[in-house]
Design a protein around this ligand. Structure first.
Ligand code: NAP
Length: 305
């Protein structure tokens, strides 16, 4: 056995799981395909993680990473390729090697949902982006559409507006899903909100030039010029590896867990965005901690509380 526990993913859930596991005396490997922080890395700012009134996602990710490194060196840039059941645990195969472990915590989060409309793939990186912090600067003093109505879309829109960009938030319904504080800020900052409207296609030659939109009530279509578009319509859980182990998902495609973050497969736990629910940093951290502590049950260790 190389390690007792493999934590797959190092967003807030994976980081908390790693810290709690090591502190509970569990030998642990934390494997991350990109860098520590997960989705928070691309959040322009975070204002609802207790202890931090206002912090950029990048800064918080750095704090998480340093905290984790106090206990365990994360394996960054090491995608997990496969996981299989062994006689007394699991074998985790990554881009760099194979690890025998007794328990696994899936904290693999979720990735951006696409609209799946014509032109979206063609103009991705050529006017269409999924991350305002990464690409917003290129659209300074220009006109962009943000598509979506949730917290993420509101935050993207506000970030872009603060860069002096003419922002049009396009949402398919007649009300936003975003928290009230964000809605108020959108109004205060003068973000144009276009309700009841969907994207039919993205048009252009070498780069995005216009978007064909449809009013869902009147069915009327119109083409409007935009220099850029930020698609922010939610996340799709990264459950492929878990499914390979026979882990059950709920109706929305997220991993089903009990109150202790156990899945239906003994020795396999899940935490964070991959389990759906509130999908907040604070809830992800809590679930990661709980999963790590629960894993003591298959490791022959005493639950430390
Ligand atoms: P979300 O809350 O699931 O919202 C997705 C939005 O995209 C919804 O408004 C949805 O419309 C819309 N949408 C989905 N599919 C669409 C499609 N095919 N075409 C057009 N519109 C579509 O996702 P999110 O905003 O990415 O946030 C993900 C999670 O992270 C959420 O739990 C959110 O609360 C959390 N988060 C929290 C914060 C925070 O500061 N608290 C910040 C960012 C993210 P409908 O409203 O019609 O369903």
């Amino acid at each position: 056995m190389d390690y007792e526990l493999a934590v797959i993913g190092a967003g807030p859930a994976g980081v908390a799981a790693g810290i709690y596991a090591i502190r509970a005396g569990i030998s642990t490997i934390v494997i991350e395909e990109k860098m520590v922080g997960g989705q928070i890395v691309i959040s322009p700012w975070i204002e609802n993680y207790p202890g931090y009134e206002n912090i950029s996602g990048m800064e918080l990710a750095e704090i998480f990473k340093n905290h984790l490194k106090k206990y365990v060196e994360p394996h960054e840039l090491e995608p997990v390729k496969d996981i299989s059941k062994t006689e007394d645990g699991f074998e985790v195969g990554t881009s760099k090697g194979k690890y025998e472990v007794k328990a696994v915590i899936f904290a693999t989060g979720a990735t951006y949902r696409m609209l799946n409309v014509p032109g979206e793939k063609k103009f991705s990186g050529k006017g269409i982006s999924f991350c305002a912090t990464c690409d917003g600067f290129f659209f300074k003093d220009k006109k962009v559409a943000v598509i979506g109505g949730g917290n993420a879309a509101a935050i993207e829109a506000l970030y872009l507006k603060n860069l002096g960009i003419d922002v049009h938030l396009i949402h398919r319904r007649d009300q936003l899903r975003a928290e009230k504080t964000y809605q108020e800020e959108l109004e205060r900052k003068g973000v144009h909100i276009v309700y009841n409207t969907v994207v039919c296609c993205f048009n252009g030659d070498q780069k995005l030039e216009s978007i064909e939109l449809k009013d869902v009530n009147s069915e009327e279509r119109r083409t409007e010029e935009f220099n850029g578009a930020f698609v922010s319509v939610g996340l799709v859980p990264n459950t492929e590896l878990a499914k390979d182990l026979g882990v059950n998902l709920n109706d929305n495609g997220y991993i089903k867990v009990d109150d202790f973050q156990r899945t239906n497969v003994k020795g396999v736990y899940a935490a964070g965005d991959i389990t759906g629910g509130a999908r907040q940093i604070v809830t992800s951290c809590a679930q990661g901690a709980q999963a790590a502590l629960a894993s003591t049950e298959v490791l022959g260790k005493q639950y430390p509380f």
